[in-house]
Design a protein around this ligand. Sequence first.
Ligand code: PTJ
Length: 245
Amino acid sequence: MTTNIPDDHPRAASLRTREAMKDAVAAGLVHPTGLIAHGRGEAFDYLLGERTPPEAREAVAEAARLLRAAKQPVLSLNGNVVALAARQAVAVQKAFPRLVLEVNLFHRTPERVEALVAVVEAAGATKGSVLGRAPDFRIPNLSSDRALCSKAGLGGSDVVVVPLEDGDRCQALVAMGKTVIAIDLNPLSRTAVAAHVTIVDELTRALPALAAALKTSSPGAVGGTYDNADVLRRVKARMAAGLGA
Ligand code: PTJ
């Protein structure tokens, strides 16, 4: 059932995205619990005034530096990410062709992986380039199906971008010695805290900013002056100020 969303509705864009997410659940792309994750993201975006904060720009610049220096950079894709931003994810890969795209799911079924890979290819990824269908690696100390991945992608990566991630896998990736860049509107999440760089911004704003930064950035290793804890502290203060607290 399609809902009539009037163009002049003050929340038309948000309602259209919700409608698209609902359709993506019906199509088997997004897991039903992905709608809950989306709602949590919306709530935090509200606290940002639905605008990119300066702290996210700092994080994007650092992320681009780290990715440019990586040997095997990977962007991890789950159901929500593909439904919301397949086109933007492909644009990041086109801006930085060494970047590997890999579908990696918490609620993993072969059918969902196939369907999500097909959507990313339809959005412009080179056919056969999106990994995820044939995992040959397990992330250690992670019992969920998110542990299943590819050596040529997440398994062998040194720098990995994890949008809308669950905390367990983020911590497991950090424990493997990988440099982890999270995109997460919730600055309190375990993912946001565990990652080396956390871009606290909405995915469809963050990915185009990352694509643009990758075109101009010079490479840089982890361990410079960037301080993720300080960035998170400042973005939390910004959200609190948004509440009038
Ligand atoms: O597709 P699957 O099977 O791999 O499952 C994916 C979901 C998203 C269901 C799974 O990873 C999950 O449950 O995620 P969490 O633990 O709810 O974490 C998602 C995080 O992303 C939350 O902290 C949200 O605030 C944040 N988030 C949600 N929507 C957005 C977002 N961050 C940035 N942009 C968004 N659009």
